[in-house]
Design a protein around this ligand. Structure first.
Ligand code: 5GP
Length: 203
């Protein structure tokens, strides 16, 4: 069976990457979401094993030492990482696995899995990004300025990603269709069909 695609999705806070992915999952059953591990506390409503696998710092460090974490980062005082057993089984069974992770982790995946498809979700322009962050109404001014500064750093390496999806206001469907279209094309690429020749000649 053909191995599934490993898909990395990043985007600054306010890019709407979570909403785009939500719409992708509604439209297509071709994807599974990789539930990451983190040491941050669950937010109200978050359930262990659904949004994240919540771990203590000691547990997380033990997983790293056992090589059970394929990429990880330390972000805003907490560990976040992708668990190898979570993604390996699905990939082997031919399912496309989506990692929603920040840029540091994305670059680690690119190194370890050169065949991974890296997608960056971005707002149409800076003014929209700022308006979205302010519109949430739940963040302090300091928090907003921090996130805007971090987005500048994140977007500086946009060209390390394979694809950009511009997520315009009120255009979620269009962004989700672009995502699905990218993956359909990738599935036809020669790099993702390495056994074509052998199969063709039954070798
Ligand atoms: P939050 O605390 O808001 O859920 O996530 C904070 C950031 O961590 C987001 O940018 C999110 O994409 C990123 N993140 C979540 N899981 C992982 C992971 O497994 N690895 C990495 N590198 N980043 C992650």
């Amino acid at each position: 069976m053909a191995r599934g695609l490993l898909i990395v999705v990043s985007g600054p806070a306010g890019s709407g990457k979570g909403s785009v992915l939500g719409r992708v999952f509604e439209k297509s059953s071709d994807f599974v979401y990789s539930v990451s591990a983190t040491t941050r506390d669950p937010r109200p409503g978050e359930v262990d094993g659904v949004q994240y696998h919540f771990k203590t710092k000691e547990e997380f460090e033990r997983l790293i030492s056992e090589d059970a974490v394929v990429e990880h980062t330390f972000y805003c005082g907490n560990y976040y990482g992708t668990l190898r057993p979570v993604i390996e089984k699905d990939l082997q069974e031919g399912r496309n696995v989506v990692l929603e992770i920040e840029v540091d982790g994305a670059m680690q995946i690119k190194k370890k899995f050169p065949e991974a498809v890296l997608i960056l979700v971005v707002p149409p322009d800076f003014a929209t990004l700022e308006a979205r962050l302010r519109g949430r109404g739940t963040n302090t001014e300091e928090d907003i300025l921090n996130r805007l500064a971090r987005s500048k750093e994140e977007l500086a390496i946009f060209d390390k990603y394979d694809y950009l999806i511009v997520n315009e206001d009120n255009m979620l469907d269009s962004a989700a269709d672009k995502f699905i279209g990218i993956i359909e094309s990738e599935k036809l690429s020669t790099i993702h069909n390495p056994d074509f020749y052998n199969k063709f000649y039954n070798e």
